[in-house]
Ligand binder design. Sequence first.
Ligand code: MSP
Length: 477
Amino acid sequence: MANKNFYITTPIYYPSGNPHMGHAYSSIIADIIARFKKMEGLSVYFLTGTDEHGLKIQREAEKNKKDVKLFCDEISKKFEELTKTLNLSNNDFIRTTEKRHFKSVNEIWNRLIKSGDIYLGKYSGWYSVSDEAYYDEDEIIEKNGKKISQTSGSAVDWVEEESYFFKLSAFQNKLLDHYKKNKDFILPQSRRNEVISFVKSGLKDLSISRTSFKWGINVEKNSNHIMYVWIDALVNYLTSLGYPDLKKKKEYWDECIHIIGKDILKFHAVYWPAMLMAANLPLPRRIFAHGWWTNEGKKISKSLGNAIDPNKIINTYGLDQFRYFLLREVTLGQDGDFSEKALKNRVNSDLSNNFGNLVQRIIKFLFKNFEGVIPFQLDSNSLNNHPLKDSYFLFSKVEKLINNFELSKGIDEIFIFISSLNKFMDESEPWNMIKSDKELTGKILTELIEGFRVIGIILQPFLPIASKLLLDTLNID
Ligand code: MSP
């Protein structure tokens, strides 16, 4: 029987500056889910990459006095290197400057033209280059004599030019209908409610091309026009599957989950499904929006220069430690605050004291007293009131939580089990017991090691390095 398919994506990142912790966060969430789905036996396709067009990137390259393509090459490479540093299990790394992507975007554009959902007009309104987003008058405020977006705080410019438009307004009811019929299309529910009220308040047609700069995909039949970077970017999720030829990977598209940050929800939950409806293509299964991290209480921003370099954190504390902190510290979907102090606390109390010490002590003891050989034949029927008994339900418990995007609760459950093994070890005191009853000590050690086996397996999606080390030590395939 063929495996069931599963497709998961991260946002594709702007190579306008070096990767930071926010980017690493989106990627690690997707990686944990991808690894878990693989463990469930699904055939998983995991995509990440870089979003390289638009005025934001063009300006950044100009600021750095670099050719824009070379600038993208340089920074995109850093994002690709980060996939290795984070030990991501991605199958593809897409760049929107690749030929395959142009083909796929042109196909979507032509489909929208054919369906009558694109027309030529004139745009006048506010645009933020830093957010690559249009804003309505009522979303703009004035600060220190400058017009800025109320939500993001980014500067906006007044734009007036000929533009192609996408008939987004025509999809208002179809979108609302889709949200209604698919209660978990947008998660968490609070985000779903936000999207529904945004769409209910009325959708305007969307300007989807610009004529005042050059860095992007040209409209084939009117090449003064450069496609709006979001139209170009969203299509990446199809490009990687071979679009326009979806023959080989269509089953993945039917099972697609987009992991994104809350700031880019409108693009994924409103524009993207409307575009797909217009192109007569199926919609993704789910869109999950995670929260934002601040750095010691402050918004992470280029101007403050307070971005956290994931490479530095990983070099200092280790990859598993970084993954563990990001996942365990906040409930997925909510905002979190980063500080090295909080990271150190988590790592010391949970990973080193609770988990690391337990394993090291017992394995050392096993080598000292039993020559590293598991001394006892375990009988799983005799495990009444034993912490191990629960461990056999751990997988299905964690599975349910992960399928519900409750990753921090999932990892919490595993650590609750680790604590119960610690308690069991403390209460049974194998180091005293060995003096009087070697056989019973052997039984206790075997039970603890069986617990480690379960932990080693279930921790794999979360802590790939520590779990591999543990399973290798226990000689478990
Ligand atoms: N290029 C677009 C996405 C296009 S997807 C078709 C983009 N890129 S981005 O590089 O600006 O951001 C990518 C992701 O990083 C977003 O999901 C965003 O939420 C996440 N983060 C950026 N800063 C963040 C924090 N401070 N905290 C958590 N995640 C944040 O948007």
